[in-house]
Design a protein around this ligand. Structure first.
Ligand code: DGL
Length: 274
């Protein structure tokens, strides 16, 4: 029975392409796992919506992934992780990994001065989820936050290079106060932001440690699968299957940058029907 469960895929969802940064890390760490990814491109962005709406979207995304017989769910969206993890854990009986807890833990482990910055969508920052988790792990920490909503369309447009004037101007405007705050660690609290890592590092300076929650999340996925004895032990490499709720070709084009390799086979599902 454990043998069969181990061969099932991991389900991963995000509002769009951002969660592919998590897929990339999971594939790197767990190359034998099969992945079913859902990008909710018809309803992106999540970061500007209410918690109730994002919870509703997270439920329909999970309902779809469950039709694919997944063994574990990864909420590869910080906004959905921040406002819907509790809802999903209460509703479903399968193991669920969010991106906020691993990101917060990695930040606390990395920080020497306990002065930690968090950047994310409006929804993530306003939810207070990272702030609460970091304080739970390190009550003496001092936390600085900044919502960076324009980073998402910049990353999606492919404007993320360090030599791009618009990127650097936007990054300086958002990150200036964080540079002044004396933090030593900055959490990239949105799955789109790892794409902009070099520009963010250039503005923050070399002394600031950037925490990519995708890497920390992949570690948690591995530990959870190991604990439940459902690591896929197949000898062949795992497969990744992509679903979206709208415009598959744009997802494939933009997503290739996030995933770090080209792909084209993307299916559309009508999630509203579920
Ligand atoms: N990828 C989402 C996150 O990690 C942000 C994009 C959105 O606003 O939908 O929060």
């Amino acid at each position: 029975m454990v043998e069969t469960a181990a061969r099932k895929p991991i389900g991963i969802f995000d509002s769009g392409v951002g969660g592919l940064t998590v897929v990339k890390e999971v594939c790197k760490k767990l190359p034998h796992e099969n992945i079913i990814y859902l990008g909710d491109t018809a309803r992106v962005p999540y970061g500007t919506r209410s918690a109730q709406t994002v919870q509703k979207y997270a439920i329909s995304n999970t309902d779809f992934l469950l039709t694919q017989d997944i063994k574990l769910l990864v909420i590869a969206c910080n906004t959905a992780s921040a406002v819907a993890t509790g809802t999903l854990k209460n509703k479903y009986g399968l193991p669920i990994i969010d991106v906020v807890r691993p990101g917060a833990r990695a930040a606390v482990e990395a920080s020497r001065t306990k002065r930690i910055g968090i950047i994310g969508t409006d929804g993530t920052i306003l939810s207070g989820a990272y702030q609460k988790e970091i304080k739970r792990l390190e009550p003496d920490s001092t936390i600085f936050t900044q919502a960076c909503p324009l980073f998402v369309p910049l990353a999606e447009a492919g404007w993320y290079e360090q030599d791009d004037e618009v990127v650097m101007l936007t990054a300086r405007r958002y990150l200036g106060p964080l540079v002044e705050s004396g933090i030593d660690t900055l959490v990239l609290g949105c799955t789109h932001y790892p794409i902009l890592k070099e520009a963010i590092q250039a503005v923050m300076g070399p002394g600031i440690r950037l925490i990519d929650s995708a890497e920390a999340t992949a570690c948690d996925v591995m530990q959870m699968l190991d604990r439940q004895h459902i690591l896929n032990d197949a000898a062949v490499p795992g497969t990744s299957t992509f679903f979206v709720t709208d415009i598959p070709h744009r997802f494939a084009e933009t997503g290739s940058r996030f995933l770090g390799r080209a792909f084209s086979d993307v299916s559309v599902i009508d999630i509203v029907q579920l």
